[in-house]
Design a protein around this ligand. Structure first.
Ligand SMILES: Nc1nc2c(ncn2[C@@H]2O[C@H](COP(=O)(O)OP(=O)(O)OP(=O)(O)O)[C@@H](O)[C@H]2O)c(=O)[nH]1
Ligand SMILES: [Mn+2]
Ligand SMILES: [Mn+2]
Length: 474
């Protein structure tokens, strides 16, 4: 191990990085930048180390703005890997006096939502084909109706789920018509932050606030790539008391939803990438990484409001994805309830210790909070509880982490056998055949060491394990 590690550290040094490792935590900085705050990565020895991700992290820690503000600390979760836009997935950034739109990216408030249902796997599988056909219609072919009044849409974007619900109680349209609004009302409190941030509809695409009925084709769709809706079985419960309190029991069916703010996040993210670039002080050199912070108070406030607007939309998107699922369960199995366990964002900027915490692909892990860590469509996923660990900036991994790029999975010459891809026994429902390959279990890191390292570090504790039954990927 030792010689291999020394070789690795020397190789990183040749790339301009100063790296130390204590067997668990890497500490990374740009060579010669003694003033940069620490960037730490929790990574057990048996997980791959990616030079590019280390580099992205060190650049994030070295960010400065001529107008002031500072990066206080950077931390990465063990699922971390290089990001396409210059910021590593799994980065958590603590700042004061500046915010970094690129440290959240365009899929604002991408997150994980978990429901459980008292329905046996046998009963469920006996109607698997019916279920799949109906859900394909809803998720892929637009057979659903998710209309809302422009008043509900405006209230949602401004005040989040509670605002949407208030308007929907008066004028239930579309999906909400068949919903148990009292149940939704009770559940909204369980969503992280109550599903509400302070937004402003003027940041959203016009189509969402135009007078009348809003029919948004993107709402309640999963989105491409690694987003998914998965049916799982609660395979084992480790923390019985907590699981019970959260309504989770062994043998139940579970539904895990991974989706974000769709076109609204894109709209906000792209607009603010441009604004942030334009706001960079004239004459000041561009940071080498291309990642630009905002320091001007009014611009920071404007960005956070725009981010919140998209975040509110993402909360509703996940709620409606779940609602369609619930309605279909009722159609097929009668009076089945599928209550919410939790809904948690992993791409978001939130206030933290007098400054801001931007998470990009990291799950909040405050003391007692539910933490949802998916594995892959062929591996265990985990329901955990946060320990509020300050050293990790109260953040856990949001998955196992991609180990191989989509391109490397799908290129010719790669071994595409079911066994090599880890696809044996996997039930993946998608309209695109290549998804099965790009998103195969072999594309992701092993989930066990990712989870164990975070338990050992005192970041999370295990509550329950979930085994995949079938997975929808757009
Ligand atoms: N249970 C389950 N988990 C999955 C599936 N696909 C991906 N995951 C996990 O979900 C985690 C989070 O997904 P993303 O945020 O989209 O993936 P990521 O690791 O950030 O990867 P990129 O964004 O593509 O770089 C991944 O790291 C995987 O561990 C799936 O089909 N089922
Ligand atoms: Mn995500
Ligand atoms: Mn992600």
């Amino acid at each position: 191990m030792q010689p291999k590690l020394n070789r690795l550290l020397r190789a990183l040094a040749r790339e301009g990085l100063e790296v130390t490792y204590d067997g668990r935590l890497y500490s990374v900085r740009l060579l010669g930048d003694a003033n940069a705050p620490p960037a730490e990565v929790l990574l057990p020895p048996d997980l791959p180390v990616e030079g590019k991700a280390f580099q992205q992290l060190a650049h994030l820690a070295a960010l400065k703005h001529p107008g002031g503000g500072e990066v206080l600390r950077v931390r990465a979760t063990p699922d971390f890997h290089p990001g396409d836009s210059g910021v590593a997935i799994g980065s958590v950034l603590h700042t004061r006096g500046l915010v970094v739109p690129g440290a959240v990216g365009t899929d604002i408030n991408c997150g994980m939502r978990l429901h459980v249902a008292d329905l046996s796997v046998e009963d469920f599988l006996s109607r698997r084909d019916d279920f799949v056909e109906r859900m394909k219609g809803h998720y892929f072919f637009g057979t659903r109706d998710v209309a809302m009044s422009s008043r509900a849409s405006t209230a949602l974007l401004r005040d989040g789920l509670p605002g949407w619900l208030l308007e929907t109680l008066d004028t239930p349209l579309g999906c909400a018509r068949g919903a148990d609004l009292a149940q939704l009302d009770a559940e909204v409190d369980r969503v992280h932050l109550g599903g509400a941030l302070h937004g402003n509809p003027s940041w959203a695409p016009d189509a969402l606030t135009r007078e009348g009925v809003v029919r948004d084709a993107g709402l309640a769709t999963i989105g491409g790539g690694n987003h998914f809706v998965e049916v799982q079985r609660v395979e084992a419960v480790e923390d019985r008391a907590r699981a019970w309190a959260w309504g989770v029991r062994e043998g139940q069916l579970a539904f895990m939803i991974h989706s974000g703010s769709r076109d609204v996040g894109k709209h906000v993210g792209v607009a603010w990438r441009e604004r942030t670039r334009k706001a960079w002080p004239q004459g000041a050199p561009f940071p080498e990484s291309g990642i630009l912070p905002l320091a001007d108070e009014a611009l920071v406030a404007g960005y956070l409001e725009a981010e919140a607007t998209a975040a509110n939309y993402a909360f509703l998107n996940r709620l409606l994805l779940a609602e369609l699922l619930r309605q279909t369960l009722r159609e097929l199995f009668g009076d089945v309830e599928a209550p919410l366990v939790y809904d948690v964002p992993h791409n978001l900027t939130l206030p933290y210790e007098g400054g801001w915490l931007a998470r990009k692909g990291a799950c909040p892990a405050g003391d007692g909070q539910p933490v949802i860590i998916p594995g892959s469509m062929g591996a265990t996923s985990f329901l955990m509880v946060g320990c509020g660990d300050a050293r990790s900036l109260e953040s856990a991994s949001h998955g196992a982490g991609r180990a191989r790029s989509r391109f490397s999975m799908s290129r010719g010459g790669a071994d595409h056998s079911e066994a090599a891809l880890g696809l044996s026994g996997v039930d993946c429902i998608s309209l695109r055949a290549e998804r099965r390959v790009e998103e195969a279990p072999a594309a992701y890191k092993p989930i066990r060491p990712v989870v164990d390292s975070q338990v050992e570090a005192g970041i999370v504790r295990e509550v329950a394990r979930l085994a995949p039954l079938l997975t929808f990927k757009a």
